[in-house]
Ligand binder design. Sequence first.
Ligand code: ZN
Length: 61
Amino acid sequence: MFYQIKCSWCGKHMGTKEDAGSDFADKLKSMGLPVISHCICPDCSKKALEDAESNMKRKPQ
Ligand SMILES: [Zn+2]
């Protein structure tokens, strides 16, 4: 059973991940829905980290 992996920030396709399968994934598959696992790509994780850091610096005292 393969999951499609997509970046939840930019929607970039990041390949597939093999999984032993779960009841939830089997249910989606039986309904004809794609099984997609959302994560974050390296570009977006860098950006998210930079944003978080600048937010901390900007924090009002
Ligand atoms: Zn991304």
